[in-house]
Design a protein around this ligand. Sequence first.
Ligand SMILES: Cc1cc2nc3c(=O)[nH]c(=O)nc-3n(C[C@H](O)[C@H](O)[C@H](O)COP(=O)(O)O)c2cc1C
Length: 265
Amino acid sequence: MSNERMDALRRMEPRSKEHRGLSLLIALATIVVVLALAFGVTDARDTRADRAEGKLTPVRNLHDAVRREVTLPRPGAAGELSVEDAIASRRSVREFSDEPLTIEQLSRLLWAAQGITGEGGFKRAAPSAGALYPMEIFVVAGRVEGLTPGVYWYVPSSHTINLLKAGDYRGELCECALSQSWIREAPLSLVIAGVYDRTMKKYDERGVRYVHIEVGAVAENVYLQAESLGLGTTLVGAFSDEDVRGLLSAEVSPLGIMPVGVQLR
Ligand SMILES: Cc1cc2nc3c(=O)[nH]c(=O)nc-3n(C[C@H](O)[C@H](O)[C@H](O)COP(=O)(O)O)c2cc1C
């Protein structure tokens, strides 16, 4: 080999080492990106850790976690309070009488939140962008006549509540929400949770806004239904998402807690 060619090869050698280093770096970066995508990068740190501990169930698998199904009575005849009067008298209520709630009252509250109201079982009580219905309603029940205390999941199509965990979790829910004490004292709380994917599949980022708008619609329905039944509630937004999600043991985004009790007269 000529000296000129040997020199040229020597000059190339360091460059090829550099090249190998760069390739290795790109390969490593690719693996990191693929792993991040595979495990999800948004809102997933907590859920991933919790799922690894076997604590969270994806909503599509929640039926498998159901321990008992309770069929709710169909909401009966309409209440007597006009919509105008309900709106005018509605207030956020944080003090309740000692009375428990009845299963009929719970049935009406859940119907108002997400009950089926039309189109062959498809349309629900609260409006939803693209009729995609991203909301899931849970009940943390403590004192409801004839109902085992526990965490329940509402299924609109069958108008049933489904026991996920037995036990009185009102105290734990209260701790999740900066210890707002009326959550512990209310006979039950509804937890309104969202599944963003359902709406974002169609509307991308704007879907997040739509889900947040929908919580407001659901909450106002519950406020007005409560007022009509002589009950009181407050929409609570101050809580730890991670802790409430852990309490529900479900892979959802909690967006509001509504403790409900009988209004003091
Ligand atoms: C998004 C949102 C979050 C709220 N979070 C809380 C809360 O964490 N704790 C609470 O006591 N009230 C909460 N409220 C209730 C407000 O304090 C209440 O609506 C406001 O004082 C007006 O009173 P009114 O509802 O009786 O008309 C919240 C209300 C909204 C709309």
